[in-house]
Write a protein that binds this ligand. Structure first.
Ligand code: SF4
Length: 120
């Protein structure tokens, strides 16, 4: 029988693989080969550690939870349009000096678009 931490780790990996669409608790138990009681315990544990969030959902006339990862692994697509990648000033840009990320309007505008995109 797998250890609790192994099951938690496996459960988290499965939940992360479903990304922002999440998956139902019952689907997770089936994939883990766990009982619903064991599955609920794992979900509560992952939630209490701040690794997932659970949202109540009505499915086939019964209330259950959909599980979402709180954090997703970063991918290259998240920075592919960052202005720093093709910036002509990147060689002289640093934490101190005439060109800094703190004072860069291109970077600030890109970050603001990213934040707005996450909200929408
Ligand atoms: S922070 Fe601004 S100036 Fe610095 S590399 Fe990025 S885009 Fe260029």
């Amino acid at each position: 029988m797998p250890k609790h931490n192994d099951l938690e780790q496996k459960a988290l990996q499965i939940i992360i693989s479903y990304g922002s669409k999440g998956l139902l608790q019952s689907e997770l138990w089936r994939k883990l080969g766990a009982s619903s009681r064991e599955g609920s315990r794992i979900a509560l544990k992952l939630e209490s550690k701040g690794l997932i969030r659970r949202e109540k959902e009505l499915c086939d006339g019964r209330w259950t939870y959909r599980l979402y990862p709180k954090r997703l692994p970063a991918t290259i697509s998240t920075i592919e349009d960052c202005p720093c990648i093709l910036c002509p000033d990147s060689q002289r840009c640093g934490p101190v000096g005439a060109v800094t990320p703190q004072s860069c309007s291109k970077l600030t505008e890109w970050l603001m678009r990213e934040v707005e995109g996450d909200k929408g």
